[in-house]
Design a protein around this ligand. Structure first.
Ligand code: ADP
Ligand code: MG
Ligand code: MG
Length: 215
């Protein structure tokens, strides 16, 4: 499987479908430790991205299309439609990944670089470190696992799969953490015992990338 612009387009379609299906669950997580809008925010953003991709498909002029061309449309649309904390965070993640992925297809090391760029963007924007019960707690293990998979000789899809599995475990591991960034930090110790919604949605997005690569 080649991770090209067509894959990126399938990824976003799959991500939108998965987030739509998980919308109520994500919103319920955010109701426990935030303001109950995370699923709604992300669903709105991804539906807007799908509309933009249909209106203005990258590569429609017949020229070569980079993976990053799709990702930058995702970035700008998420920034302008998602709102809240997660809009600028995911927007920055996709923008940095887009800049890193200015090529027609991604090999294993390019997938690692794009994931690293996304995490750097999130950290630059939100100033959260691992252990603060945010989406960083899914992204950091995802990047670490991606680096290991590439070092072990895995191909691009194996790297992506390792990242998605680690993000899923990272999201689950946010349950006992006490939040020190974002809205959940207002709850202090009472934020423990609930999964972080942004970490869970990160795991969903990365899982969708794998599903698109296996299609
Ligand atoms: P809001 O909190 O503004 O309503 P959302 O509900 O859409 O925004 O997103 C909340 C998620 O954003 C949290 O679950 C967390 O994962 C993430 N988040 C919040 N603040 C930060 C931060 N400073 N760094 C990284 N992620 C953050
Ligand atoms: Mg919220
Ligand atoms: Mg909000």
């Amino acid at each position: 499987m080649t991770l090209d612009a067509a894959w990126a387009r399938r990824w976003i379609g799959e991500a939108a479908a998965q987030v739509a299906a998980a919308k109520d669950g994500l919103t319920e997580l955010d109701r426990q430790i935030g303001d109950g809008d995370h699923g709604i925010n992300l669903d709105r953003g991804l539906q807007a991205v799908l509309a933009k991709l249909d209106e203005n498909p990258p590569g429609a002029d017949g020229g070569p299309v980079a993976v990053g061309d799709v990702l930058s449309l995702v970035a700008t649309t998420l920034m302008s439609t998602v709102g809240g904390a997660s809009g600028p965070l995911y927007g920055t993640a996709f923008l940095r990944a887009a800049r890193s992925a200015q090529r027609e297809s991604l090999g294993a090391s390019a997938v690692v670089a794009a994931l690293e760029a996304a995490l750097e963007g999130i950290e630059a924007r939100g100033r959260a470190r691992p252990g603060e019960k945010t989406m960083v707690d899914a992204w950091q293990p995802a990047v670490d696992a991606a680096v290991r998979a590439a070092d072990d000789g895995g191909d691009a899809v194996a790297v992506l799969r390792a990242a998605a599995e680690a993000a899923d475990a990272g999201a689950s591991a946010t349950v006992p953490l006490v939040a020190t960034k974002g809205r959940a930090s207002y709850l202090g110790e009472r934020s423990a015992g609930h999964e972080d919604p942004g970490a869970r949605s990160t795991a969903l997005l990365l899982r969708a990338a794998v599903v698109a690569a296996e299609a």
